[in-house]
Design a protein around this ligand. Sequence first.
Ligand SMILES: Cc1cc2nc3c(=O)[nH]c(=O)nc-3n(C[C@H](O)[C@H](O)[C@H](O)COP(=O)(O)O)c2cc1C
Length: 205
Amino acid sequence: MDRTGIFAGDDPFVIARRWLAEAEPLEPNDPNAIALATVDADGLPNARMVLLKEIESPGNGDGAFVFYTNYGSAKGREIAATGKAAFVLHWKSLRRQIRVRGVTSREEGPHADAYYASRSLKSRLGAWASKQSEPLSSREALMAEVAKVTLQQGPVPKRPPFWGGIRIHPVEIEFWADGAFRLHDRFRFTRGSPQTGWTSVRLNP
Ligand SMILES: Cc1cc2nc3c(=O)[nH]c(=O)nc-3n(C[C@H](O)[C@H](O)[C@H](O)COP(=O)(O)O)c2cc1C
């Protein structure tokens, strides 16, 4: 196995965290933006950007990638129905991508409360006001909703029950780096379930 240099290491969560840290000073905006893919009830794929908020690797193998959203949104409903999601993270500055596929669980506990509390008051109230992915009659209607929840929730809103984290527990993680003449380097880590160990293989570009 010639997995050296930027690909070195046995724990793909550690490699992912290292690549993100390398991208952070180079990307002009949102180096943690991921294109999140789900499928709807007809099997039709759906993709949108969200922000990757944590790469967890507690050491017992059960690491996860965490983002936050409205559980009633299209993505929230699709994930609730399938229990699966995938995402790709691409850094133009580094010419690298990471692809992740896995099973999902909700983060509705202290982690979600702490992350919600860390957001600006306007963002916290926005989470209450937005029926994400539902039709909206006008911008004014949304602003009226913000005004309403501002009165209802006061200066320290609690986390809405319909808003929280989603963990993606990967069964597959691929690291890709640009190579000369399109001869890119690719390494795919796989495991049968989130409880078992990883094996890695080099892939053709
Ligand atoms: C850079 C970027 C970051 C975003 N981050 C989030 C996020 O962390 N959570 C979220 O719910 N939506 C985020 N959005 C908005 C989503 O792309 C999307 O519009 C919204 O979540 C509704 O998606 P859905 O209808 O497929 O559920 C982000 C959009 C962009 C462009």
